[in-house]
Design a protein around this ligand. Structure first.
Ligand code: F6P
Length: 327
């Protein structure tokens, strides 16, 4: 069924990601360009339930393309994951006469959108917004490139201390259950190894990575650890290695939320702008339950169910390249 969309609702949900503002700007301007009204929903699904909604004009999104975070705030809502919560959200949508919803977020946010459309038959369009890059069907998610560059710059700095003091550093990075940030930042920063959830790392293997570095020309080692890849994270790995090699001078650095902040890179701004325009275009074409993504530099429409259920793997040649380059 295709019907005329007069008003869209727009929200950001889950962890904020650099480039979300660029997406908000693009969605707002593309909608208004096509004579569609835009209602910004504050604080994600929480705000949708509470009715924190305001109409946006083109001025509301001026001068935000360069800003990190999200001007309409974000939240994680347990209530929306319940039928009762979604019933309240539906009431808000009806009250505001919103006839399609655009959600910028990650997997959990899309799962919420899917549940809503299954119960209330409202078109929902997802924009991939997460630093984790873990969404199937798109080569990149909004925020990932910025976070990757941030991690790389941090590791470059840590390397100065690592080499000056001849230390082993375990650097823990974000990614939830995915190793994209860890693996790619390890390659970009010239680290010795990346511990990622997609590939099991045996203790002997880890020792080999580091021992290899120390025995040869290197006087320091950097291991990037994806959070949740090992029980206890980077600290637990460091403790294990210290127990086996008390002679190593070991430090742990957990980068934390600094990876989610900052001005988006050109790549993230361009991706967010393209996908924002494409989201409105998809609604005009009668699409109802998709994520707009990018594959081989082309905009693609991916069924929301697929992106939620399929698993995106890291590239094996990158795992191999890191291994070869760490000698
Ligand atoms: O999904 C983005 C992300 O930054 C993950 O990498 C991380 O595990 C999580 O969010 C942290 O969430 P919060 O900011 O709620 O602690």
């Amino acid at each position: 069924m295709s019907y005329q969309i007069k008003t869209i609702g727009l929200l950001t949900s889950g962890g904020d990601a650099p480039g979300m503002n660029a997406a908000i700007r693009a969605i707002t301007r593309a909608a208004i360009y096509h004579n569609i009204r835009v209602k910004a929903i504050y604080r994600g699904y929480k705000g949708l339930i509470a009715g924190e909604i305001r109409e946006f004009t083109t001025q509301d999104v001026s001068n935000i393309i360069q800003r990190g975070g999200t001007i309409i705030k974000s939240a994680r809502s347990d209530e929306f994951m319940t039928k009762e919560g979604r019933a309240k959200a539906w009431q808000s949508l009806q009250r505001e006469e919103i006839d399609a919803l655009i959600v910028i977020g990650g997997n959990g946010s899309f799962a919420g959108a899917l549940a809503l459309t299954e119960e209330y038959d409202i078109p929902v369009i997802g924009l991939p917004g997460t630093v984790d890059n873990d969404l199937w069907g798109t080569d990149f998610t909004i925020g990932y490139d910025t976070a990757l560059n941030t991690v790389m710059e941090c590791v470059d700095k840590i390397k100065d201390t690592a080499s000056s003091h001849e230390r082993v550093f375990f650097v823990e990075v974000m990614g939830r259950d995915a190793g994209f940030l860890a693996l790619n930042s390890a390659i970009a920063a010239g680290a010795e190894a990346a511990i990622i959830p997609e590939r099991r790392t045996q203790e002997e293997q880890l020792e080999a990575y580091i021992g290899n570095g120390f025995r040869k020309s290197k006087n320091s080692s950097i291991v990037i650890v994806s959070e949740h890849s090992e029980k206890g994270g980077a600290q637990a790995l460091a403790d294990k290695l210290k127990a086996q090699h008390p002679e190593y001078d070991i430090r742990v650095s957990i980068l934390g939320h600094l990876q989610r902040g900052g001005s988006p890179t050109a790549n993230d701004r361009i991706l967010a702008s393209r996908l924002g325009v494409a989201a409105i275009q998809s609604l005009l074409e009668g699409q109802r339950t998709i994520m707009v993504g990018v594959k081989d530099d082309e905009v693609v429409y991916v069924p929301l169910t697929k992106t939620i259920n399929e698993h995106k793997d890291v590239k094996q040649d990158k795992v191999q390249a890191l291994h070869i380059l760490s000698i």
